[in-house]
Design a protein around this ligand. Structure first.
Ligand code: AMP
Length: 397
């Protein structure tokens, strides 16, 4: 069975076509600038690449072109769309409406559009546009929605509630939802597989550290807590996001800077984090280079990031009453030994001992970086959200 995975943004659309017999990617590509002059699709298949430059006023035109590329005489990998058994769509926000991957029908579309758009105003309308575009050009093909937050739906009430009036939680759905759930689920399962253990017997903390970063407590394969909140702004400081901050400081800053609420949210999402601290970059490679050149603010940004991540690891060990494994994943988690070392440093009391040589070794695959005598296994597991979505889609249909 072949499964198409679609990740639609407001003006972009990424896709991968999997052959689920061996979970291989047989084609992939990205559309940029949908609805903006200069639209283009870069498509790969058959070991070749082709760039299509033509107007794409909306997602439907973009999807049509993707399907043309998939059946193209030169880079095409299928002879007709009928070969695609199902389409998995990445959706960011689920609210409390979708607790697991969901097969699309009229009712599901209604709930997606009427209930979740205000929870993910930038992302969910784009996902819906991608969904409608696929349904138009592939009528009859099963469509599955896979939500970033659904893995976190198992959190107990005490973990997901904020300390606000209960009636306001009930009326407006203001609570922790979390994000990166597809990645946390995937790497925790891969970690158990790597260790040759049943995930039901493991207490794992997964650290998805990238431009957006979140940490999750996975107890017996189930999410019991996560660091992102109502939106991805919460938790540790990130590339450009502040992470958690006293709400009174937000009001104080808004008054001092003359910002309204919407401008403040943009400030906290786009201008803060390690970019705001360093004044140099949101990219950790630049921060490391800056630190090596003696820039104290780059060093501070890196230290804050490690320190805040470490605190989540420790608090989640406490929440689960133990810790068997720490998993690092995503751009920083997979590629930045300095941060992994900084997070683990001081966690010896929990039984964490890093093998610095293994931590510093250049190796792209899943690997163990803890010392042989470390009670807690420390792993680097490359994430693969697209494959995870394809697996969820296949499982559902
Ligand atoms: P992500 O959001 O998962 O793509 O992660 C992006 C972050 O990973 C950026 O801050 C990068 O600096 C960091 N990073 C560090 N090393 C690498 C690398 N070799 N490749 C990609 N990202 C890297």
């Amino acid at each position: 069975m072949k499964i198409l995975v679609v990740n639609a943004g407001s003006s972009s659309l990424k896709y991968q076509l999997f052959d689920m017999v061996n979970e291989s990617v047989i084609a992939k590509g990205a559309v940029e600038r949908i609805g903006i002059p200069g639209s283009r699709l870069t498509a790969k298949g058959n070991g070749r690449q082709k760039v299509y430059e033509q107007p794409m006023p909306d997602h439907k035109v973009a999807i049509k072109l993707v399907l043309e590329a998939l059946t193209d005489g030169e880079i095409g990998v299928i002879s007709s769309m009928k070969e695609i058994g199902a389409v998995g769509h990445r959706v960011v926000a689920s609210g409390e409406y979708f607790k697991k991957p969901t097969l699309v029908d009229d009712e599901v579309i209604k709930t997606l559009e009427e209930k979740t758009f205000e929870l993910g105003p930038l992302h969910n309308p784009a996902a819906a546009a991608g969904l409608h575009a696929c349904m138009d050009v592939m009528p009859g093909t099963p469509m599955v929605l896979v939500f970033d937050s659904s893995f976190h739906q198992t959190m107990p009430e005490k973990a997901y509630m904020f300390g606000i009036k209960y009636e306001d939680y009930k009326a407006y759905g203001v609570r922790k939802y979390g994000a990166h759930g597809t990645s946390h689920k995937y790497v925790s399962q891969e970690a158990a597989r790597f260790l040759g253990r049943d995930i039901k017997d493991l207490k794992i903390v997964t650290c998805h550290l990238g431009n957006g970063s979140s940490i999750t407590a996975v107890d017996g394969g189930i999410c019991v807590d996560t660091s992102m909140g109502f939106t991805p702004l919460d938790g540790v400081l990130m590339g450009t996001r502040s992470g958690c901050i006293d709400a009174s400081a937000v009001e104080f800053l808004a008054r001092k800077k003359g910002y309204d609420a919407a401008r403040m949210v943009t400030y906290l999402n786009k201008e803060c984090g390690v970019l705001g601290i360093s004044g140099v970059s949101s990219d950790f490679r630049d921060l490391e280079a800056g630190m090596e050149a003696g820039n104290e603010r780059c060093k501070l940004a890196l230290e804050m990031f490690s320190y805040q991540t470490k605190k989540f690891v420790g608090s989640y060990a406490a929440a689960m009453g133990g810790l068997d494994c720490i998993v690092f994943t995503a751009g920083i988690g997979e590629n930045t030994p300095y941060i992994r070392s900084g997070v683990c440093d001081g966690l010896e009391f929990l039984g964490v001992r890093l093998d610095e040589e293994a931590n510093n070794a250049k190796n792209g695959g899943a690997r163990e970086i803890s010392a042989k005598d470390s009670k807690v296994k420390v792993l680097v597991i490359p994430t693969n959200e697209e494959l995870a979505i394809a697996r969820e889609t296949l499982a559902l249909i």
